[in-house]
Design a protein around this ligand. Structure first.
Ligand SMILES: *Cc1c(COP(=O)(O)O)cnc(C)c1O
Length: 492
């Protein structure tokens, strides 16, 4: 970006931010301490004054778009606002200053946070207990499949059960986790109402099925009305049912996957329980299980004995660990504070508002962007920009144009089974004014598509960069400063 020099390009040799204190102990040459081949050249760091550094990074941050700057309706991601008070709790030195290998007597408060959450998450989801160890949703999925495999092994059926069923609307992590756990994935169709196709499911059922992975509410933003029947069908052939609970924001305190018949599930604290997310983490893909899967939980298990909390490392049937120690512990602190703040009355209100907001958006713009399946939605609506195809306009053009109006685009082209998909998740934390402003802009863009499609094709017009060739950008990464422009940059 020619208009925005890199910090290296602003560097002037000898310029200092703050003078380091004079060394008051005798110096020693590095060569006395380390073998020569381990000593590196001094790092080529930029040299600048403090104010230049402050301005550089402040200006860079203004080029970013985040939930703190505007509406962020990225479907399937639950980009809701996370109360700052929970950040304050997580920043408390009593939590940030501990070490995972401290004697348990000295970290009883931290273990209580984990233990409380294990039981609250189990209560919220309708399971018997939970583990906070997995650091992401995908990791929670993998853990559930490993536990399901261990369960089948304990019954002598692991050899025969090689198949995991995944709906064709599923998030990409589902088939990926199943393949990673060594299973063969078979895809289950979606029916005309947007639900699991029961006939297709029946056709896939056999003694070879280990599990089904089902998202509820589905990635189509719809509640699986057949869920009890689906679980019964799988259990009748000895298979287990995993719930992808990334969409739990629609149901917290209202209904419980454990009651629907699932055997285990994951939750994303970084979506539903007040942890900011993006940029790959850190997160927490908490996993809740029914009693028959408890022996397989990862260790250490945080348990309570009398008034004291302890760690159980020796569990014969445990699948082992999916992350060091207790996972990303500070996510637990945020979630603990959040659950305590909202409580039994407040949590279901959150879910109801998330659902109301999504239905409001769907109703307001459906004349131009009809729902993929014409039903009330849950916490997100999956609409289609297909009617604009006749004007040569695609969902991507609509999204790029939204940037011109100051909105983050919704999720595009997912779920894969919906042509020209626009997946909008407004979340419960937005006001009616914000939702209206977004809907007004969407309707205006539809109008522009009909009258002046070119303005959409060339959007965005006011962003730092226009349309990138994403495949080219991903394949020919150029992310390193090149001291000698013109010569190729090494990647790797
Ligand atoms: C976000 C999401 C996941 C994966 O969660 P990560 O924490 O990103 O690994 C899985 N399934 C669904 C439906 C999701 O929305």
């Amino acid at each position: 970006m020619a208009d925005f020099p890199l910090i290296f390009e602003k560097s002037k040799p000898g310029r200092l931010g703050a003078p380091p204190p004079v060394c008051d102990v005798p110096g020693q040459p590095l060569t006395d301490l380390l073998p020569r081949d381990l000593i590196r050249e001094p790092a080529a760091l930029p040299e600048l004054g403090e104010l230049e550094v402050v301005r550089h990074f402040t200006n860079l941050s203004h080029r970013n778009y985040g939930i703190d700057t505007g509406f962020y309706p990225l479907g399937s991601c639950t980009m809701k606002y996370n109360p700052r008070v929970n950040e304050a709790a997580a920043a408390n030195p009593s939590f940030t200053g501990v070490h995972p290998m401290q004697p348990v007597e000295t970290v009883q408060g931290c273990l209580r946070v984990v233990h409380d959450l294990q039981s609250w998450m189990a209560e919220i989801t309708g399971f018997s207990t939970a583990t906070m160890q997995p650091p992401a949703g995908a990791s929670g999925e993998l853990l559930c499949l490993l536990m399901i495999r261990a369960y089948h092994e304990s019954r002598g059926e692991a050899e025969q059960r090689r198949v995991v069923l995944v709906p064709d609307s599923a998030h990409g992590t589902n088939p990926a986790s199943a393949a990673r756990a060594g299973y063969r994935v078979e895809s289950i169709k979606t029916d005309a109402k947007g639900l699991t196709d029961i006939e297709d499911l029946k056709a896939h059922l056999s003694e070879n099925v280990a599990a089904m992975m089902l998202t509820n509410p589905s990635t189509l933003g719809l509640f699986e009305e057949n869920i009890v029947e689906v679980c019964e069908l799988l259990h009748s052939c000895g298979a287990q049912v995993f719930c992808d609970g990334a969409n739990m924001n629609a149901m917290v305190g209202v209904t419980r996957p454990g009651d629907h018949g699932f055997d285990c599930m994951h939750l994303n604290l970084h979506k539903t329980f007040s942890t900011p997310h993006g940029g790959g983490g850190p997160g927490c893909g908490c996993v809740a299980v029914k009693a028959h899967l408890e022996p397989f939980l990862p260790t250490p298990v945080v348990a309570k004995e009398g008034d004291a909390y302890k760690l159980e490392w020796d569990r014969e049937s445990s699948v082992g660990r999916v992350h060091a120690f207790f996972g990303n512990f500070l996510m637990n602190v945020r979630a603990w504070a959040y659950v305590r703040a909202y409580g039994r009355e407040g949590l279901p209100e959150i879910a109801r508002h998330a659902v109301l907001n999504a239905n409001y958006v769907q109703a307001r713009i459906r004349s131009e962007f009809p729902p993929a399946f014409d039903r009330h939605c849950m916490h997100e609506c999956v609409l289609t920009a297909k009617p604009l195809r006749e004007f040569g306009v695609r969902a991507l053009d609509v999204s790029k144009r939204l940037i011109d109006y100051g909105f983050h685009p919704p999720t595009n082209y997912f779920p894969l089974i919906v042509p020209e998909a626009l997946m909008i998740e407004p979340t419960e934390t937005e006001t009616k004014e914000t939702l209206d402003a977004f809907c007004d802009v969407m309707l205006r863009i539809a109008q522009e598509a009909k009258e002046n499609p070119e303005v959409l094709h060339s959007a965005p017009h006011n962003a730092t960069v226009g349309r990138l060739d994403e495949a080219y950008a991903a394949k020919t990464l150029d992310v390193k400063w090149n001291r000698n422009p013109g010569s190729p940059v090494e990647v790797g």
